[in-house]
Design a protein around this ligand. Structure first.
Ligand SMILES: [Zn+2]
Length: 316
């Protein structure tokens, strides 16, 4: 059946081996970076993240209607404060990835993240789609986002998550050029790893994500689209609890990506509260920002920490 997506390259079945192998090798997972024990002699690392996109997703798409923008505004007006209160209650440090335009719209919120002991990290300029940009534009927007967050908070972010996890052929080189310590946009493992470029180590730590551990695919819907995923929040909480339990057995990482405008609603935040109750009932958990997790992972890379050789030994 011919593809209906004109953006797909034609006739990939004619590619010689050097072409398809070259695409695969361009950005690849290298050494898995899981220490024998996490800091504090913890068995599992828990890295929660919130992507404070707010109004930038409709703005990115040129959807400027007050109705669409109000859905994003909810994340700033209601969701973010509720989340910060909940995290303070549990004493859990997390990472907030924030597009620069969202941070400029809500500078007090951006500063509150860092003042509360959380990490603020780069999430594009206006939640742009890197795959639609040329290299020069992608670089300029990423650099501008980095500078904007630095100016707003007085702290230079060390981490980046590409908007929508959209990773172009230029993205890795731009991250390396701008000096990021870690990325959190790729999905090649459950555990942190070093990113390879063309088979060569880059020193850049990847903290992998997945749509399974993201609230957006379970709860969001397109008013005029035919597909309307909607999940019972507690069913989703069960998936995340299973993910945590397996990470605990493996001695690995439980990473989660949430959005204030999605999880911040009353009937959904209860699931985050129940999840935190479940996780904090374990005594040997290390809650870390993504930057702290990347530092611990880098210890394995530099040989200052012994690697856990078989992280999946307990997984059936
Ligand atoms: Zn986002």
């Amino acid at each position: 059946m011919p593809s209906e997506d004109s953006s797909l390259p034609a006739e990939s079945w004619r590619w010689p081996e050097t072409t398809w192998r070259g695409h695969v090798d361009a950005v690849r997972a290298g050494q898995r970076l899981v220490p024998n024990r996490w800091p504090g002699d913890a068995r599992v690392a828990v890295a929660l993240s919130f992507d404070s996109d707010h109004e930038t997703i409709p703005l990115r798409d040129g959807e400027t209607s007050p109705g669409r923008l109000a859905q994003g505004e909810y994340g700033a007006r209601v969701g973010a404060a509720r989340i910060l209160n909940l995290l303070a209650h549990y004493g859990v440090p997390t990472t907030f990835f924030m597009p620069a335009v969202a941070a400029l719209l809500h500078p007090e919120e951006a500063r509150a993240y860092t003042q509360d002991g959380h990490e603020l990290a780069v999430h594009g300029w206006i939640h742009e789609r890197n795959m639609l940009l040329g290299r020069a534009d992608e670089r300029e927007l990423t650099a501008r986002a980095l500078d904007t967050l630095t100016t707003l908070t007085g702290q230079r972010p060390v981490g980046i998550r590409t908007p929508s996890w959209d990773f172009s052929e230029s993205t890795l080189a731009i991250m390396l050029e701008l000096g990021f310590a870690y990325d959190s946009s790729l999905m090649a493992d459950d555990e942190p790893y070093e990113i390879l470029a063309g088979g060569r180590p880059t020193g850049l730590v990847e903290i992998p994500v997945d749509w399974i551990r993201d609230d957006a695919p379970y709860f969001t819907m397109d008013r005029y689209g035919s597909v309307r995923p909607y999940s019972r929040p507690r069913d989703v909480g069960e998936i995340w609890r299973d993910e945590f339990d397996a990470a605990y057995r493996d001695g690995g990482v439980f990473q989660l990506t949430l959005h204030p405008h999605v999880i911040g609603h009353r009937s959904r935040l209860v699931v985050l509260r129940e999840l935190l109750d479940h996780i904090t009932a374990h005594h040997d958990v290390w809650f870390a920002t993504h930057a702290q997790l990347a530092d611990a992972a880098r210890g394995v890379l530099h040989g200052s920490t012994t690697a856990r050789t078989v992280p999946s030994e307990h997984t059936p």
